[in-house]
Design a protein around this ligand. Structure first.
Ligand code: SF4
Length: 236
């Protein structure tokens, strides 16, 4: 298959075989790393899907580029997990990408707890702009989205034209269920964030993350009591 770029996108249909143990994920990752190599970056949240992604990715390209959007508002358990991942996969190139303003500078300029008043603005400054900056150096990016997670994610394909970041977004785990994810993590004894054991299906910034529905790994615990369900990284 030819190399897809944002500028060369045609009306492409996914054609990857899905009948292997990884539900197509390894086939997609092989194609993606053969095609893009260091032009491919994995935007990693270090949630439990990320542990599967990292384990699969490193089977194919151990020195893969990974970016973590380090908003400065993550749980300490998330930073502990990142340290564990660095030890287990020493060749991975993990970049901790920070926003332009520290949390204190943001409070000074926009007022305290912007996430309570204008969460979209907060996510824009602390997540979207930093990822835009990273993706300027990449042709495509990887995400661990699963179709089961939410109605907004139910149509995700393996390879997507990403209008949001003017890029190609590759999503190998679209057919994985929450049970599949945990079966893999337990079978391979992967590290994971222990907040999952305390009822958090999806883990992001502390102020915007609560326990939620742990049956499907949905995003019900994110931005609880607000309309918002996505930080804006995945609009299409
Ligand atoms: S998840 Fe919450 S705290 Fe984190 S960047 Fe978005 S609004 Fe801000």
């Amino acid at each position: 298959m030819e190399k897809l770029t944002y500028g060369s996108w045609f009306d492409y249909e996914d054609t990857f075989e899905t009948d292997n143990a990884s539900k197509g994920a390894l086939n997609v990752l092989k194609w993606a790393y053969e095609t893009y190599k260091d032009e491919l970056v994995y935007a990693c949240s270090f949630g439990v899907e990320s542990m599967v992604m990292i384990d699969l990715i490193t089977q194919i390209y151990p020195k893969a580029k990974v970016v973590f959007l380090d908003t400065g508002l993550h749980f300490k358990q998330t930073y502990t997990l990142i340290d564990e991942v660095k030890l287990r996969y020493p060749q991975l190139r993990i970049k901790m990408k920070k926003p332009a303003l520290t949390v204190d500078e943001q409070a000074e300029k926009y007022g305290e707890k912007l996430w309570e008043r204008q969460p979209d603005r907060c996510c824009y400054m602390r997540k979207i702009v930093p990822l835009q900056e990273e993706l300027k150096h990449a042709t495509a990016w990887l995400s661990g989205l699963r179709r089961e997670q939410s109605p907004e994610r139910s149509e995700t394909k393996f390879i997507n034209k990403d209008e949001n970041f003017k890029s190609i977004k590759v999503c190998p785990l679209i057919y994985w269920s929450w049970v599949d994810i945990w079966d893999y993590v337990k079978k391979h004894q992967l590290p994971y964030n222990f907040l999952h054991d305390q009822g958090y299906p999806s883990i992001g910034c502390v102020p915007c993350t609560s326990p939620g529905d742990t049956k499907t790994g949905s995003r019900s615990g994110r931005w609880k009591n607000q309309q918002k369900t996505e930080c804006g990284l995945h609009r299409n």
